[in-house]
Design a protein around this ligand. Structure first.
Ligand SMILES: NC(=O)c1ccc[n+]([C@@H]2O[C@H](COP(=O)([O-])OP(=O)(O)OC[C@H]3O[C@@H](n4cnc5c(N)ncnc54)[C@H](O)[C@@H]3O)[C@@H](O)[C@H]2O)c1
Length: 464
């Protein structure tokens, strides 16, 4: 993972901040290693909790490997006991999306601060409850929007703040997942809206948060379309299969299927999921063409913002290319930015379609004159270096003042899922949805100052 592997000398436990983690799947490893390695001087892990007894033990063994004191493990039914016995200052929630709210609410009620993985939660009612609990308890609720920290995205924020293209009037944002990464959402809990909220919540929460934060704006209304047309039984048949079948490891057609995932071939997938399924029946390798999948694989949304800006957004999950393109159309010009992302599901870090320009491009095109290609900022580590920078912002006791205000709280968490939740409602009714009708108590997050939309504008030079 991206956190430094060099253990730091630990301060006395009395001055280190106490963390507990609930949800011990793949994502939790970032936080466990962050606490027990790079940030061991100021942080300590005092409790580990999951529904799956096998993953609790695996995480405890990870602590031993990290050279840290092995924290006590708790089953999910004993989460309350963990809070009482382990006395964490902060609870980190990395469970299945639809269960985040329950742990956030119980931890804040018990006097803990909380950090939650995205999405903060999956529907409007749960979101209202998280917001109300935070207001009542006054606890700090942080949402881990690591995408904001990827250097090129911070650089785009910097350009927008500089006013180089004036006021942003519209945004075109298109995110593509290839058939390694994209397919993975159709194999497991993400494939059911009751667990993930669908990809307009689970995945797009990153993208809608980026737009909210880039523009410093609040979403007002959403109109969406969506369909599932690729990860279907019909596609399996068109590819010459007779399936769908239940899961890859027992599939009679696995040798012919280009989507088969062999858990036993990856030591980390086998240890984390294959070896632990006896405890809870969580199969990590379910067929991506199953009939019971109820999430979309192709999604579009039109969003309006309180600044007057509009967004045209799409998410495609079965592409030949993985990455995104975004363009900001402003009163003084246009910013274009694109990034190629790499595949990681099977441990294959290959990039389909190859990488040009180092995989990241940023251009500023004024209304008149030449376009400027900008050298992108970069950093090492997962999610474009964003994970490591976010961990520093979370775990360092006195992080540097951040002029981009990348740390996100429950207000930003709510504003981002508000778009996806409204999009889900729009899919059901076919009509546009006003965000305030679903989430009347949204509060504007702290945003860095953006160019004034009423300041006078220079007249562009005449077209010759
Ligand atoms: N920010 C990012 O880039 C990023 C990347 C990956 C995942 N995530 C988020 O991290 C979270 C975890 O994802 P993951 O990929 O690790 O999934 P995972 O399936 O690997 O792990 C989920 C874990 O939660 C446990 N769990 C399920 N229900 C539970 C409950 N009710 N109580 C306690 N534990 C429960 C499971 O047993 C499992 O160990 C999700 O919210 C996901 O959206 C974020």
């Amino acid at each position: 993972m991206s956190a430094s592997s060099t253990p730091q000398p630990a301060a006395p436990s009395s001055v280190r901040r106490r963390y507990a983690i609930v949800g011990l799947g793949s994502r939790h490893e970032l936080y466990q290693d962050g606490i027990e390695k790079a940030h061991a001087a100021t942080a300590q892990l005092v409790g580990l909790c999951d529904v799956n007894a096998g993953r609790v033990e695996l995480a405890r063994r990870r602590s031993a490997k990290n050279g840290a004191t092995v924290p006590p493990g708790y089953l999910a039914a004993d989460f309350g006991r963990m809070l009482t016995e382990a006395k964490p200052d902060t609870v980190i929630v990395t469970t299945v999306d639809a269960t985040h709210h329950d742990y956030l609410i119980r931890a804040m009620e018990a006097g803990c601060d909380v950090i939650t993985e995205k999405p903060m939660t999956t529907d409007a009612e749960k979101c209202r409850r998280v917001l109300a609990t935070q207001r009542r308890t006054g606890r700090c609720c942080r949402v881990a929007f690591n995408y904001r920290y990827a250097p090129p995205r911070s650089q785009v924020k910097d350009l927008l703040m500089s006013g180089v293209i004036g006021d942003v009037l519209s945004v075109d944002f298109h995110w593509l997942l290839n058939t390694h990464h994209g397919a993975d959402y159709f194999r497991r809990w993400h494939s059911k809206k009751e667990h993930s909220g669908g990809l307009l919540v689970h995945k797009s929460t990153h993208h809608f948060d980026l737009v909210n934060w880039w523009l410093g704006a609040m979403p007002v209304s959403v109109m969406a379309t969506g369909k599932r047309e690729f990860y279907t039984a019909a596609t399996a048949r068109r590819m010459g299969l007779t399936g769908p079948h239940e899961r890859c490891c027992t599939c009679p057609e696995k040798s012919q299927c280009g989507f088969a995932l062999d858990l036993s071939a990856s030591p980390s997938l086998k240890a984390l999921y294959g070896d632990q399924e006896v405890h809870d029946g969580y199969f990590r390798d379910r067929c991506v063409f199953r009939d019971d999948i109820d999430i979309e694989d192709t999604m579009n949304a039109l969003v309006t913002y309180d600044t007057g800006a509009t967004l045209s957004y799409s998410l495609n999950t079965f592409n030949a290319w993985e990455g995104y393109t975004v363009a900001f159309n402003g009163t003084q010009g246009r910013i274009e930015h694109s990034m190629v992302e790499s595949v990681y599901v099977n441990g294959t870090e290959t990039v389909q379609g190859g990488i040009a320009d180092g995989g990241v491009t940023i251009r500023v095109i004024p209304l008149r004159g030449e376009a400027r290609t900008i050298v992108p900022w970069s950093a090492e580590g997962d999610h474009g270096g964003g994970d490591r920078l976010m961990l520093e912002d979370i775990f360092l006791p006195n992080p540097a003042v951040d002029k981009y205000i990348r740390a996100a709280d429950e207000r930003a968490g709510a504003c981002s899922i508000a778009v996806g939740i409204a999009a889900n409602h729009s899919l059901q009714t076919g009509a546009g949805v006003k965000v305030a009708d679903l989430l009347p108590d949204l509060v504007r997050p702290d945003y860095a100052p953006m160019p004034s939309r009423t300041a006078s504008l220079p007249m562009p030079g005449r077209t010759s």
